[in-house]
Design a protein around this ligand. Structure first.
Ligand code: SF4
Ligand code: SF4
Length: 174
């Protein structure tokens, strides 16, 4: 059986197709409203648990380096030193502790994967929904521990667990 001959449809030029899409979008925007806002004149509130920026609660950080070792982008820079803390009980040995000298995150390299927040065993890193920290110079996206600490106040409290849960509810250190 011989194949049927293909119908030769008239070709629509790409420009006309493109203008058609533009017209359709314009009509939809005028009738139903747009999906975007005129930032920065209009600002939308992000969802409370949005991954805006990583914050540091310095008092909880022991400079263990775990977050820096696990970061796939190698964009966490930590420096610390050891010191002797007084013994817990009279007559005991002095304890060796780590002091944090430097904790920087380079947000020009960070890919917001959240691994550092997840692996920190001492509840020192948190997500904040803050997102307005763009800089004209890319080098200025390297933020130190004092800047990372300022965002702690924007970290939302942990949500309530399901009814019947016996797990202790975590608190955000303030
Ligand atoms: S979010 Fe991911 S890429 Fe960014 S600092 Fe943490 S581990 Fe590194
Ligand atoms: S933030 Fe957490 S994982 Fe990173 S060095 Fe401090 S205590 Fe260790």
């Amino acid at each position: 059986m011989s194949a049927l001959p293909k119908l030769a449809l008239p070709k629509v030029p790409g420009l006309v197709k493109g203008l058609g899409v533009t017209l359709k979008t314009m009509v939809r925007t005028l009738t139903k409203g747009s999906h975007t806002v005129q930032y920065p004149r209009v600002k939308e509130a992000p969802t409370p648990r949005a991954r805006g920026v990583i914050t540091l609660h310095e008092d909880n950080c022991t400079a263990c380096m775990l977050c820096a070792r696990e970061c796939p982008d190698w964009c966490i820079y930590i420096e610390g030193h050891k010191y002797k803390a007084p013994p817990r009980r009279p007559g005991g040995k002095p304890r060796q502790k780590n002091a944090l000298d430097r904790f920087d995150i380079d947000f020009a390299l960070c890919m917001y994967c959240g691994i550092c927040v997840d692996v920190c065993p001492f509840e020192a890193l948190f997500w904040s929904p803050e997102f307005e920290y763009s800089e004209p110079r890319i080098a200025d996206l390297l933020h130190d521990k004092s800047k990372l600490g300022q965002w702690m106040e924007t970290v939302p409290d942990f949500q309530d667990y399901e009814a019947g849960s016996e797990a202790k509810k975590l608190q955000v250190p303030r």
